[in-house]
Design a binder for this molecule. Sequence first.
Ligand SMILES: [Zn+2]
Ligand SMILES: [Zn+2]
Length: 217
Amino acid sequence: MQVYCETCQRFLADRLVESTCPTLDCNYDSARGDQCEKCGKLLNPTELKDLRCKVCQSTPQIRDTDHLFRELPLLKDKLEEYINNMSIAGCWSQNAIQATYAWIKEGVRSRCITRDLKWGVPVPHEKYKDKVFYVWFDAPIGYVSITACYTPEWEKWWKNPENVDLYQFMGKDNVSFHTVMFPSTLIGTGENWTLMKSISVTKYLNYEASTRYSLAV
Ligand SMILES: [Zn+2]
Ligand SMILES: [Zn+2]
């Protein structure tokens, strides 16, 4: 199920859904669809009352829609083992470690990897062909596919963890996609992938005074 706004004629991303926080003693009236920013509780937008569309302020509907999920709870032990070991072996920076453990502490939940949007990479499955992948599910796969475009011997790099150390560089807002999300995609396949060893994290690069710029390689 997903929140749909008739007026805006679209499914709403979590950050575009507002509601009253259901937590006793909180009652914050502008809680986001996925989290109350006042008390910190994680929320599920389809279970909330007093829903509002943040764009037009009208009351959205809950519509049935099928999505694909990455079952992170099933990968929790392997994921935590990877993070605990590699953060030490790869000398992760403090800001990378902090961002990663803050994410784990919030609770390892299933994450939806598809969206009812037109722009994006279409899901290659008959049942889901009108949907696209969530950008942070498919973008890191590009690291591998770009190598595969370059050489048919791409597995020498990407399926060779005994002999390859993978270093990645990025802005701090992209950390959990590389320390939690993409490793869980690779671990979930059950194959012998080269997982990121070291991560170098910068703060934001500001250009033109106020525009924030961040990217990952
Ligand atoms: Zn709250
Ligand atoms: Zn709306």
